[in-house]
Write a protein that binds this ligand. Structure first.
Ligand SMILES: [Ca+2]
Ligand SMILES: [Ca+2]
Length: 363
């Protein structure tokens, strides 16, 4: 089991560490003080009706990123540092899936194409030289709450590489999709999400498109619905309540993952852009990317040329957005709309999914 665990660390588990302050000095910029300027959505409408399950995002110009003051909303440091400086961005209009892609939708894709996800394939020995053959087993990462209080400095204490876990068996081989038709598909690697999107005649959103859409036309709000996490006591997203990672009380009605669209949509009609499952974006991840865009309006930015995460410099990572049912103000407050996540491209987990976009001209 120890060896399996070690392989898992190389395979996938290492991907959900939060980002501490190691690169703060690299990303600080005077521009961060400029803050948010008004969002100016485009006024043009699409010439065709909405594709099934998608809503129109008009695009336009907006301020992207997160203010350093939001650090106070998370008990762990660093939640905003890779989301600075706040900078001005323009994106064209596009269609976006109103919800995270569901198990039902993904099953239709798999049935039509016989697609096999990364988590269903045994890791190849040539990709992991030196790994004992018995450890080259197909599987994925499953959140497993520890049975006693733990320090939040070591995420291995609540992530477990589970043989046989994949989108069909989200909690391991003994689990299945009964009753989960309308839940987000999980355990999808980047190439799985990309394959689905291509099959569907869609694509994955850029990070800028994702944030423009999630903000719903608002300017500089903390959350897709406003600045108060639970306005009037009303829970607006599926996150984690209670003592992380021990006990999710489910005070927001769901302990763990929820079916899609159980909370109010944002102003553009998007459900669960905050919480439930993280969502893949097409951009490579770099914590200093925003600094390269500051000072002008970035038009349809598509991310840096390559990936670089100082925490794990050898891993190729793309951006995740929106946080998940595991996000909490004790550890990872990345349900805040301007904050960023990241993940190694071949790695899925049971809190990571995606949604797709489509440009009117099929860009
Ligand atoms: Ca919850
Ligand atoms: Ca989500």
């Amino acid at each position: 089991m120890c060896c399996l665990y070690a392989l898992a660390a190389r395979l996938r588990i290492c991907l959900f560490a939060i980002s501490p302050a190691v690169f703060a000095a690299e990303t600080e910029s005077p521009d961060a003080a400029l803050g948010f300027a008004a969002t100016t959505p485009n006024t043009t409408s699409p010439q065709t009706s909405a594709p099934t399950g998608m809503v129109w995002i008009p695009g336009g110009e907006f301020s992207m990123g997160s203010e350093e003051s939001c650090e106070s909303l998370c008990a762990q440091p660093g939640v905003t540092r890779d989301a600075q400086p706040i900078h001005r961005v323009y994106v064209d209009g596009f269609w976006m899936d109103a919800t995270e892609v569901t198990n039902e939708a993904f099953a239709i894709f798999v049935q039509a194409t016989n697609y096999v996800t990364v988590a269903e394939r045994a890791p190849r020995a040539e990709d992991f030289p030196g790994a004992p053959p018995e450890n080259l087993v197909a599987g994925s990462i499953v959140f497993t709450p520890p049975d006693r209080p733990v320090q939040l400095t070591n995420h291995y204490q609540w992530w477990n590489y589970c043989k046989g876990a994949n989108w069909r068996h989200p909690l391991g081989p003994a689990s299945d999709l009964k009753g989960l038709r309308n839940y987000p598909v999980v355990h999808v690697a980047y190439e799985d999400a990309h394959a689905y999107a291509t099959w569907a005649g869609k694509r994955l959103p850029t990070e800028a498109e994702w944030e423009f859409a999630a903000r719903g036309g608002e300017t500089g709000r903390l959350y897709p619905w406003g600045d108060e996490f639970a306005p009037g006591g009303k829970q607006m997203a599926n996150t984690f309540q209670g003592k992380f990672p021990l006990n999710d009380t489910g005070a927001d009605r769901f302990a763990g993952i929820a079916p899609v669209a159980q909370y109010p949509p944002n102003a553009y009609g998007l459900y669960d852009v905050s919480g439930n499952v993280w969502e893949w974006c097409s951009d490579w991840y770099r914590p200093d990317y925003y600094a390269t865009l500051a000072g002008a309006v970035a038009r349809n930015p598509a991310g840096p040329e390559s990936s670089f995460d100082p925490l794990e410099p050898k891993e190729k990572k793309r951006v995740h957005r929106g946080g998940s049912f595991l996000c909490t103000n004790e550890y990872c407050t990345r349900y805040m709309v301007g904050t960023r996540g990241k993940g190694e491209v071949s790695s899925g987990a049971n809190h990571l999914g995606f949604r797709c976009v489509k440009s009117p001209a099929n860009k």
